[in-house]
Each structure stands twice: as structure tokens, then as C-alpha cells.
Design a protein around this ligand. Sequence first.
Ligand code: FNR
Length: 414
Amino acid sequence: KEIYLNGFAGVLPKVNIDLNKLEMAAQQAMSSKAFAYIAGGAGNEDTLRGNRQAFEKHKIVPRMLRDVGQRDTSVELFGKKLPSPFLLAPVGVLEMVHPEADVAVARAASKLDVPYIFSNQASRPMEECAAAMHQGHRWFQLYWSKSNDLVASFVQRAERCGCSALVVTLDTTLLGWRTRDLDIAYLPFLEGKGIAQYTSDPVFQKMLDLPDDAPDMKRRVTYQSLRGLVSMVKHYPGGSFFSKLLSGKPIKAVRTFVSTYSNPCTTWDDLKFLRSITSLPILLKGILHPDDARKALDHGVDGVVVSNHGGRQVDGAIATLDALPGIANVVNKKIPILLDSGVRGGADVFKALALGATAVCIGRPYVYGLALAGEGGVTEVLRNFMTDFDLTLGLSGFKSIAEITPACLAGGPS
Ligand code: FNR
């Protein structure tokens, strides 16, 4: 209504309503490197497309004459009431698209009471974002570092910042084969972008103070992922340039980040350590197999995020909406299930909820809003999602989220 009335007065929306057009407009507003990094997926981008195809495949069957005048889109998550069933997914390196980066997103999220999951790869320290959010809901996303001291420090900072849950991303222990980035031989981290969460950390700073050959440094930091990165950059045209750059003193922070940020040797047993250092709810992000959902339950995890990282990790991986029913079946409502990757409107949110999600996370669309109009752009994208979902709910014949079941979709149980 507000958009139509504004239009009557000659005021048009700040950002495109159609999310495909939003992406095209954002592409014009950002550098080609930034767009490749943000929009791209892994490999042939089959999973990037597959996420969308899975949403397109399912159909809502609207019901009529059911008095939907008063609707409630709220949902409860870990004892907190959210106005709508969405959160903002953790997205790193936002300084590539807007100077205010994560802080602008934090402000928009807090004003609309939408939880924001701070990225471990954020361009701004979580303390700054938390300060911009007042009472707004925030969570912290952790990449499981090789250094337990660093993990503990991040978790402590998150607790101090008022984060109310910890999301551990499991699908990025190695960086996926991201063809658009490889084509232009570009990785933002090598420019030191997206590592402010690290450089603002006291434990990370101590690591920088250590000489390269300090035994302590050697103990805490294995160089496995550095070796992985060096072999990867050799595939880039100009790879030898980066290899040289990686050995230069001035980029010690980048090098230390690269060598510690994630650990492909992590196993289910390691969850004990995380559990021992925090009482925050722990969610595992990147769950796609029902057996992993079962393991998550067995390990006392508090929630799972069904995610393929927006198609950026394993190309050919199952679409998240296709993975959801099997996981929902195993989880059997014991813990919340979030879903992301390819959510592009109210109907997608409805479909994910029908197939067993408690809420969804939104990734690239809010980044495009940020690129086009900063905080105001993120706000508009979020409000559009909220309104679109409310309309989908009502026009489908439902008043509340509790009424959304598999029976709302074609082919579901009647
Ligand atoms: C991400 N994602 C991500 N996930 C995470 O756990 N930590 C991170 O730092 C990032 N960074 C990141 C950067 C960019 C540019 C993108 C596009 C994505 C993944 C993100 O949380 C989420 O899983 C996907 O973005 C969801 O898919 P859509 O909505 O972008 O299709």
C-alpha cells in the first residue's frame, strides 16, 4: 500500500522490487570483482541454479473464504519472538559493496527487529555492529579456526556483544572452486578485505606479534590451509605473484588469517570443545544429509541450518529445499531448522516453512540492497520480503505460520 501511495505522489522505491532486476541494478553499482565474488557460485553453478529450480518445482495450492483479515507472521526462535520467519545470513566482505558495510546492515536489521548473523569474515568488528543495534537480535557465525584460543576468543566476544546464538559454518573448511573469482584471479581476502573480525581480536593480534618461526605460533597454527591456498593461487594467472606476496611481511595479517581461518580436520567429536566454552545455543550451518542432522541431534546441537552456502561450495550439491524434507523428518521438530540458499521472495519462505523449516536466512538480496542504497536499501529489501510473505500467507488462506504444513503444497498429504 505504502509503495502505491508513494507512487501516487511521484516517489518511487529506492531499490527494485523484482529481485532479478535488483541483482542487475546492483551489478551496475559495484565493481566487476565485487559482483563476481558476491553473485558467483562454485563450478558450473549447477547448485546455484538448482536452488532456484527446487523452489520453482513446488507449488502452493491456495485456499479460499477462510477469513484472513488478521494475520500473524511472527515466529519464536530460542525464546525470542521474531516479526517474520527470516534472519539475515552471515555474509562476509561487505565493504566491497558499501563503505558502511556490516554496520549499515546491523542498523537496518535492528530497526525491523530481524536477527542479523554477524559473519566471521565481516568487514567491521562485531562490537561496532552490536553497538549499532541496541537491543536488536544478533547471532555470531563462526568459522572453526585451527586455533582453539582464537575460537574461544571469538565466542567470548560474541557473548559480550549480546549475541544470542552461535552458528558454526561447516561447509567451508576449504574454499570452493569458485569459477567467476578464478577467472579474474581475485580473492578479496588477499587484499585484506573481510578480515576485520580477526584483526580486531586480541588473540589474533598476539599471533601477529609472534615471529614467524616462534614455536608457539607453530603449535597453534598449522600451515595446511596456507599450502592449500598457495597451490590454489598457482591456478590463477599471476599466481606466482600472489605466492610472492604471501611471503611478504606487510601482509602478515592476511597470511595468518589464511593459515588459521578454518580447519578441514574438524570432526563431530570437536563439538565437545565448543559446548564446553559456551552456553549459547549452537547451530550447525551446512547440513544437507539426514544422517548429519541425526548426528547433530545426538551431539546435543540446538539447531541446524540447511544450507549449501548459496551454491558457492560443492557444485552439484543437492538444492536445500530438496534436502529439507528428509532432514525435517529426522529432526521431528526437536530443534529449529533454518534454511538458506536461493530464497528469493515470500512464496519461497512459505514453501520452506511448508516443508519443515522454522525460518529462513536471506543472503545475496540484502547485499544488493546495501550496494544500491546502504542501510535504506537493506531496509527496503527486508520490508519487501516481509510484505510479500504476509500477502502470500493471507492469499493462500492462512492466518499464521503454525497453519503452514506440507499439505499446503501440491502433492503434499491432504
Ligand atoms: C556468504 N555466505 C557466508 N556464510 C557464512 O557462514 N559466513 C560467511 O562469511 C559467508 N560469506 C558469504 C559471502 C557472500 C558474498 C555470499 C553470497 C555468501 C553464505 C551465506 O551465509 C548464505 O548461506 C547464502 O548467501 C545463502 O544463499 P543466498 O540467499 O545468497 O542465495
